[in-house]
Design a protein around this ligand. Sequence first.
Ligand SMILES: NC(=O)c1ccc[n+]([C@@H]2O[C@H](COP(=O)([O-])OP(=O)(O)OC[C@H]3O[C@@H](n4cnc5c(N)ncnc54)[C@H](OP(=O)(O)O)[C@@H]3O)[C@@H](O)[C@H]2O)c1
Length: 213
Amino acid sequence: MTGGRAVRSIRIAVIGAAGRTGRCLIAAAATRGHEISALARHPDSIAGLPAVVNLVAGDGRDPAAVAQVIRGADAVVSAITGSNHRGTTQLTDVTRTVLAAMTATGVDRLIVTSAYPVIAHQPRLPMAVLHRVFRHAYTDAARMEELVAASRVAWTIARLNRLTNGPAIGSIITTPELIARPRAISRADVAETLVNLITDPSAERLALNISGT
Ligand SMILES: NC(=O)c1ccc[n+]([C@@H]2O[C@H](COP(=O)([O-])OP(=O)(O)OC[C@H]3O[C@@H](n4cnc5c(N)ncnc54)[C@H](OP(=O)(O)O)[C@@H]3O)[C@@H](O)[C@H]2O)c1
């Protein structure tokens, strides 16, 4: 229950569902009675989970696989990690495929995960190191963000800080502003946040920076 209102069960299509955040997302959604339609390149770790009512093995750049996972969903969450090879367009390509499938199937709500350093320069030294090390990945992520923000769907960009595998502790910053002291956050806390954002109309058409405290 939220504010005394029952939250209805929805079907969430998850791209990158067998990743570490994807698996936390499935767990967080399942505890609220939501169903998952899952796309994963290597789906073994999520096969047979009761919440996963539709499991598609495939790449997020494959239009047929993506349409198969999105059809009939109420919302899409893309939680894939791109590559850091020079010239990579993996995040952009997957996102373009997802947006086309959403348009074709009439699904309107999208959350994509991105990385906070894509837009952040403080604290200066760690951000400068991250920009240098992950420059190709961040270039792709920035283009992905542009693609999403220019789309007609009800989007939210969730820019995450450094992720850990710790438990959900519920101490989370979610803000469109820059964060003075960005901190690591667990994938479990991110998953709870993403599930909340799906049904929060005030989060639509916003890029939100998400950090631990
Ligand atoms: N790790 C961090 O500290 C950090 C910091 C800031 C932001 N983020 C962002 O947070 C999100 C989740 O990160 P994570 O570390 O939890 O993820 P992860 O464990 O690396 O999982 C990412 C998943 O994406 C899948 N994937 C990649 N390319 C794909 C494609 N073309 N088609 C289908 N699936 C594809 C991978 O599949 P395979 O297993 O088949 O490769 C993997 O299961 C990502 O967007 C990441 O960029 C992470």
